[in-house]
Design a protein. Structure first.
Length: 374
C-alpha cells in the first residue's frame, strides 16, 4: 500500500516537473516572441526618427531616447569619432560627466573590446565600489556594457549603457543588445551621408538661393510632409548666348532677376534652389502636377518678356572697362526658359526624379522652350 502511494506521488511529482518545464518553455517562447515584436517596433521607430526629425544630431538623440524608453535603460550614451575627436552625440547622462564618457577609448579595459569588436561588461559587487572608468563620479553607475561601433569594418565610436544597480546586466539577453547595436550602426550609417550633405550645403553668390544639396536635407523634410509633390526643373536655355554676345556680368544679372522673380511669386511652403549653373528647381510641396500648369505658364511668359540690361550705375560699380566695348555691356538680354515637371511620392528617391528631369533638359533640343510633364 505504501509503495503504491509513493509510486503515485512520484508520478505526480514527475508530472508536475514535466508541466513546469512545458510552461517554462511556453513562457520563454512568449518572451522571445514579445522581444522580437519589441525589436520590430524599435526598428520602425528608428526609421520614423530618420524621416521625421531634421538634423543629424536630432536623429541620433531621438533614437537614443527610443532605446531608453523601449528597453528601460537607465543611462545610454552614443559617442562618435568625427575624424578629429570623439563627441557625445546622444546621452541622458548629466553633461558634467560627458568629458569622461567621451574618453572611454583610452581606458585599458575597453581598448581590447575595440580591438576585438566585442562588447565589454563591467560591474561592481556592492554600493561602496565604483566602476574603474569613473574618475570623478561615485554613485551614478554600478554596472555597464560597452559596445564598439563599426561601419563597414571601420571603427567609428561606441555605445555604452549603464545602470545604478550592481550586477544589473548579469542576465541580460546580449543577443537583443547586439541587434540594438546593429540598428544604431545602421542609423549612424544613414545619417553620416546626411551629415556630409549638411556640411556642403551653401548659398549661391548671385541669387542667395540654396544649392542642390539642400534638397536632400532640410528641403526633403519640407517636401516629405506631404504624400505627393510636384518637382519642376527649368533651364535658362540661352544663357551661353547672353554671356557670349553680351557679357558674363549681364548673364549674372539675368540669373539674379529670374531667381528674384520666382522667389517673390511662390509660396513659402515651396522649396526653390539653384540646382546647377542655369538650372533651377522648384518643389511644389503637396501639389499635384495638374495644379501647377497655370502658375508655370504665367511665370514663363513674365520672365520671357523681361528685357534685362546693365545700368550705367552697375557698370560703374562693377568697375568695367567700357572704353572699347560699351555696346557689349549695354546689350539687352531676353531670357528663354525650358521647363520640365514630374511627380514625386514621399518615400521614393528624390535624387532619381531630379536626375530624370536634368537628363531631359540636357538632351532636349537647344531651341526647345516649353513646359513638359514626364
Amino acid at each position: 500500500m505504501i509503495i503504491a502511494v509513493v509510486a503515485i506521488l512520484v508520478l505526480i511529482v514527475f508530472g508536475l516537473v514535466i508541466y513546469n518545464i512545458t510552461i517554462h518553455k511556453k513562457i520563454q517562447k512568449f518572451k522571445n516572441m514579445n522581444q522580437r515584436v519589441t525589436n520590430l517596433y524599435v526598428v520602425q521607430d528608428f526609421m520614423n526618427a530618420i524621416g521625421e526629425t531634421s538634423t543629424v544630431e536630432e536623429k541620433i538623440n531621438k533614437i537614443n531616447d527610443i532605446l531608453i524608453e523601449r528597453y528601460e535603460i537607465k543611462y545610454s550614451t552614443i559617442v562618435v569619432f568625427d575624424g578629429a575627436e570623439y563627441q557625445v552625440k546622444a546621452s541622458n547622462v548629466d553633461k558634467k560627466h560627458w568629458d569622461a564618457l567621451k574618453t572611454l577609448q583610452n581606458v585599458d579595459m575597453f581598448k581590447d573590446s575595440i580591438e576585438t569588436a566585442t562588447p565589454k561588461y563591467v560591474t561592481v559587487n556592492n554600493e561602496n565600489e565604483r566602476l574603474p572608468y569613473q574618475e570623478m563620479e561615485f554613485g551614478r553607475a554600478k554596472a555597464a556594457i560597452f559596445f564598439p561601433l563599426y561601419i563597414d569594418n571601420v571603427y567609428i565610436g561606441y555605445w555604452i549603457i549603464e545602470s545604478g544597480t550592481p550586477h544589473d546586466f548579469d542576465n541580460v539577453d546580449t543577443t537583443v543588445l547586439e541587434v540594438i547595436k546593429e540598428n544604431i550602426t545602421s542609423v549612424l550609417k544613414t545619417v553620416v551621408h546626411q551629415k556630409t550633405l549638411e556640411s556642403i550645403v551653401r548659398k549661391d553668390l548671385f541669387t542667395g538661393l540654396y544649392s542642390e544639396e539642400y534638397l536632400y536635407g532640410e528641403g526633403k523634410k519640407i517636401i516629405d510632409q506631404y504624400t505627393i509633390s510636384t518637382i519642376c526643373m527649368f533651364k535658362i536655355i540661352n544663357i551661353q548666348d547672353i554671356n557670349k554676345e553680351g557679357s558674363r556680368e549681364l548673364g549674372n544679372k539675368v540669373i539674379t532677376q529670374i531667381s528674384n522673380y520666382v522667389k517673390e511669386n511662390i509660396s513659402s511652403e515651396y522649396v526653390f534652389v539653384r540646382y546647377m549653373g542655369p538650372k533651377f528647381v522648384i518643389a511644389f510641396s503637396g501639389v499635384e502636377a495638374n495644379s501647377v500648369g497655370d502658375f508655370l505658364n504665367e511665370t514663363k511668359e513674365k520672365i520671357e518678356n523681361m528685357k534685362i540690361q546693365l545700368t550705367e550705375e552697375e557698370i560703374k560699380e562693377l568697375n568695367l572697362d567700357v572704353t572699347s566695348n560699351k555696346n557689349e555691356y549695354k546689350q539687352i538680354a531676353i531670357p528663354k526658359l525650358n521647363f520640365v515637371i514630374s511627380s514625386y511620392y514621399k518615400g521614393t528617391g528624390l535624387e532619381e526624379v531630379l536626375k530624370k528631369l536634368e537628363q531631359y533638359l540636357d538632351n532636349a533640343n537647344k531651341k526647345e522652350s516649353d513646359i513638359t510633364n514626364i
